[in-house]
Structure formats: structure tokens, C-alpha cells
Design a protein around this ligand. Structure first.
Ligand code: ADQ
Length: 485
């Protein structure tokens, strides 16, 4: 089996991957099984001599080579904060209004991608399979091709693809499209994303759909398919954990767990809870919204604004409805240890997951996996989370409709045990079917098919992809940790 070479903006700590529970655990297992290499930014900012800038630091971890590079302060400002997070992140999440198109970040974004490619080139073997992750590295495949790399290269985008009209608003959209066309396989979270990208390639850069389903653009042929990201289900299921202390003990908990990001719909969620308390006064003192929202990207204005807005909103709602022995909104602005998170998921009657737009949203899947089968809670899920494409048995809501969300809280609180169990069982079956190992194996299976130069059979649905991957896993008789849930 060929070696797998992974490239992403940051490199995860492989020793701690199993605690992370999401995509990191499957990637760590794959790298281990295929004796891989992982290249990324080491998180440090500092200028190095020209010669050292393309020579990564190499370390070995359990048979995997970890190669890391640092960024200069200007690269960090323009490649990471600037183009990746102030242009691509907002546009891909349908926020054209806050994208900083005119700031001139693109050139350094391209330069860093070029430098990553130069650093990787000497480390590659002829039969390596290369897997590039996420929006920070769209041009990487093109830069590798320019250096003569002909290995199979796949790209997975963790965030959503916007409708074609929004993609066209990016001044450098053609260059980005040329970068995307350099890959053999592009993996996206949902079928909607696949449709959006194909529409854009057809409308924006005259791409053509070929008979085998691949797309021809910029004289290259590439496959585009959905591979929904999953979780390591078993790390969220266990013996019943001891209950976390409640406030007061009889309060029913609604739970939100989201990075503090303007895409996660937190102000709308707080307003919906406010409306619920206003409209259904009998529930006051009986229900608490616990929102755990660790800070990210704090130096950016849009993130400071959302933090300020949430502090004001929670203060206002708590001031209006709170009592000496009851706080309506517990707003916690930090990361919770994973073990504690599992306990909180299990002891929350409602998982309240209402992003305005999200590639997938793993919290929705983690919440379901952690439930007590005898007394499961209810998932309220935004229709604009990628997860909604698969998790149809959740209470699906429009996160812009505060009234609908307020009503859905009441529906969830009053749902009978039988209905809760039926929905939970159906949701859990889906979360198991499309777990993180299936995601990883099905993407690599498809990419390896491209590498063998066979006409790529694009899976017609995620479940087909999952089935194929499962068969392959069974045939390969891999170690127990690699087996799907
Ligand atoms: P994120 O935007 O980070 O990921 P998400 O999928 O929800 O979003 O993953 C967050 C992870 O962080 C979850 O595993 C969650 O448990 C953890 N987390 C969040 N808040 C936490 C807290 N307070 N304490 C501890 N852990 C916390 C991007 C895309 C998503 C896509 C993922 C994976 O934006 O749409 O689902 O990548 O592809």
C-alpha cells in the first residue's frame, strides 16, 4: 500500500488525536497504518533565513514523519488571518458583506502555498498519495504540479461551498478554480456543496461534465464527490457517566457547544431562548441554556464584535428573567475537557445546534452519540448545517427564524419517550454508518482509484461510499482500531 502524505494548515498532535474524537483520530490511524508523512505550520511566527524557510523541521511519531514550517509575521497576517480567514472563510459561509476583498492578501496566500509545495517536493516518493486539507491550501496542488509532481493529489474542503454567484464575487476566483482543477479528486461535505461547485465550474470557468461524471476544466479532469465527515462514535458512548452538577439540580438543560464564530448563529440562538421564556412563562426557572463557546481568532474585528454582542445579550436576558436561584443562560467562554463534554452532552435534554452555515458540524453527531438510549435527549438542528443532509430525524429549524426556534424548544421539551427513542435510534444508526473511519477510508479509496488511472467510479451516495470502504476495511483485516463502528 502506498504511503499517505497529508498537508494541512496545522498539524495535530498525534499522541492526543484519540482524545480529539473527530477527524484527527481517523487521520492518525491512517498515517500510522500507511507509514505516512504530515506537513503543516507549526503554529510559530518568526522569520528564518531564506534557505531554512523551505526546509521543514522533521520529527518521527510512531512511524509517521511530522514536517513543520513556521510563518513570518507578514505571512501570518496575509495568508492566515488575511486571505484564509478574512476572505475565504466569510465568502464560503455566505458573508460577502464582511469579506476584505481589497486588502491585497492574495499574493502572500499564494506565496505560502508555493513555499509549502517547495518544502514538500524533496520529501515525496514516486508512489505517494497526497491528501491536502481545507481552504488555506487551495493552490497547493497547482504549485506541486508546477514542480513536476504527478502523484494522485486529493483535496478535502471542511467548510461549505457557496452558491456560484457568491464564488464569482471573489476577485481571484479564476485562479482559485485553476488551483482546484489541479487535484484529481475534490471531497466536499454534502451533495449541495458538490452541486454548488459543479455549477460554479460550469458557469464561472466553462467547465464541462464528462460522461463518466468527472469535470473537465483548465485542460484537466477531476472528480468531485461528497464524503461527509463523521466522529469516532465509541469515544462518545460508554457506561453512564456521573451527572454533572446542575443549577439547581432540577433544572432541564439545553446545550450549545460552538466555537465563538459569527457563522454559528449564537445571537439568534440567545434571542430564540429569550422568545421561548417570554412566550412560555411556565418554563421559567425550569430550563437553562448552557452555551459553551471557546474563543477563536480573537484579534479579528468580526470575532470581537460577536463576543461583545453575546455578552450584552446574555446579560440582558439574565437580568430580565434571572432569579437569585436561577440563571437562564450560562455562557461559558472557554474550552471544556472532552470527558466533561461527553458528560454534559449526556445530561442535556436538548442539543441546540443552530449555525447559520456550517460545513458539517460534529457537535450534532457527538450529542447524539453521547445520549442515554433509555432516556435520550432531542437534537434541534439548523437546516444550514451540512449535518442536516443526513440527520433528518432531528428537529430541523431555520436559524434565522427566532419564532420557529422558540417553538421547537417547547416541542423538544414535551416530546414523549417513544418518539425521542425512535428519533435517537435512527440518528445514531446514521452517525455510526458515516463515522470518521468510513469518511477517511472512502476518500482515500476514491483517490487511490484515480491513482491507478482507472476511470473513477464516483460513489452515487455517501452510503455507497461507506459500503465500499467497509468492504475494503474487512478485506484488509486491519487492526481493531481501524475498524468502523
Ligand atoms: P469547526 O467549525 O471547528 O470545524 P465542528 O464541526 O462543530 O466545527 O467541530 C468542532 C469540534 O470542536 C467538535 O469536535 C467539538 O466537540 C469541539 N468543541 C467545540 N466547542 C468546544 C468546547 N467549548 N470545548 C471543547 N471542545 C469543543 C470545521 C467546519 C465544520 C466541520 C469540521 C470537520 O467548520 O463544519 O464539521 O471542520 O470537518
Amino acid at each position: 500500500m502506498s504511503r499517505i502524505v497529508l498537508v494541512s494548515n496545522r498539524v495535530a498532535d498525534l499522541a492526543k488525536a484519540s482524545q480529539a474524537g473527530g477527524v484527527a483520530v481517523a487521520i492518525a490511524d491512517t498515517l500510522h497504518a500507511r507509514k505516512g508523512l504530515w506537513l503543516g505550520w507549526n503554529g510559530r511566527i518568526g522569520d528564518r533565513s531564506e534557505e531554512l524557510r523551505t526546509r521543514p523541521d522533521l520529527t518521527e511519531s510512531d512511524g509517521t514523519t511530522i514536517a513543520t514550517l513556521s510563518l513570518s509575521a507578514r505571512e501570518h497576517d496575509d495568508y492566515y488571518t488575511g486571505y484564509s480567514n478574512n476572505v475565504l472563510w466569510p465568502v464560503f459561509h455566505a458573508r460577502l458583506d464582511i469579506a476584505q476583498f481589497e486588502a491585497g492578501y492574495y499574493q502572500r496566500y499564494l506565496d505560502v502555498n508555493k513555499r509549502f509545495a517547495q518544502a514538500l517536493r524533496p520529501l515525496l516518493n514516486a508512489d505517494d498519495t497526497i491528501w491536502v486539507h481545507d481552504y488555506h491550501l487551495i493552490p497547493l496542488g497547482m504549485e506541486l504540479r508546477a514542480l513536476g509532481v504527478s502523484n494522485p493529489i486529493g483535496f478535502f474542503l471542511h467548510i461549505p461551498v457557496p452558491p456560484a454567484q457568491m464564488f464569482l464575487a471573489i476577485p481571484e476566483h479564476r485562479e482559485l478554480a485553476r488551483g482546484l482543477a489541479s487535484y484529481d479528486l475534490i471531497g466536499l461535505q454534502t451533495k449541495v456543496d458538490v452541486g454548488n461547485l459543479i455549477d460554479y465550474l460550469q458557469d464561472g470557468v466553462f467547465g464541462r461534465i464528462l460522461q463518466d461524471g468527472r469535470i473537465r476544466a483548465f485542460d484537466r479532469e477531476l472528480a468531485i464527490a461528497s464524503f461527509p465527515v463523521g466522529i469516532d462514535v465509541d469515544s462518545f458512548i460508554g457506561s453512564r457517566p456521573k451527572r454533572v452538577r446542575e443549577q439547581p439540580p432540577t433544572t432541564i438543560r439545553l446545550l450549545g457547544v460552538d466555537r465563538l464564530d459569527y457563522t454559528k448563529g449564537l445571537p439568534q440562538k440567545f434571542r430564540a431562548f429569550n422568545r421561548f421564556l417570554e412566550k412560555y412563562p411556565d418554563y421559567r426557572r425550569k430550563v437553562t441554556l448552557s452555551q459553551i463557546a471557546p474563543p477563536t481568532r480573537e484579534t479579528m474585528a468580526a470575532y470581537a464584535d460577536i463576543r461583545h454582542e453575546l455578552e450584552t445579550l446574555s446579560g440582558r436576558i439574565n437580568g430580565r428573567y434571572g432569579e437569585l436561584d436561577w440563571v437562564p443562560i450560562q455562557y461559558i467562554h472557554r474550552t471544556a475537557p472532552r470527558k466533561m463534554l461527553v458528560d454534559i452532552y449526556r445530561n442535556s435534554r436538548i442539543g441546540f445546534v443552530t449555525p447559520l452555515r456550517d460545513g458539517m458540524n460534529l457537535v450534532a453527531k457527538e450529542y447524539v452519540a453521547a445520549q442515554d438510549p433509555n432516556d435520550p435527549g432531542v437534537l434541534i438542528l439548523s437546516r444550514f448545517a451540512g449535518a442536516a443532509e443526513q440527520m433528518k430525524e432531528a428537529l430541523i429549524v431555520n436559524p434565522y427564524d427566532v419564532e420557529e426556534m422558540a417553538n421547537s424548544i417547547k416541542v423538544a421539551l414535551e416530546m414523549g419517550l417513544t418518539e425521542r427513542q425512535e428519533r435517537y435510534q435512527a440518528l445514531l444508526a446514521g452517525v455510526r454508518r458515516n463515522n470518521t473511519y468510513v469518511w477517511c477510508r472512502s476518500f482515500l479509496h476514491a483517490l487511490d482509484s484515480v491513482g491507478r488511472r482507472n476511470p473513477l467510479a464516483i460513489p452515487s451516495s455517501p452510503s455507497d461510499a461507506a459500503r465500499k470502504a467497509l468492504q475494503e476495511i474487512e478485506l484488509a483485516r486491519v487492526s481493531p482500531r481501524m475498524q468502523p463502528n
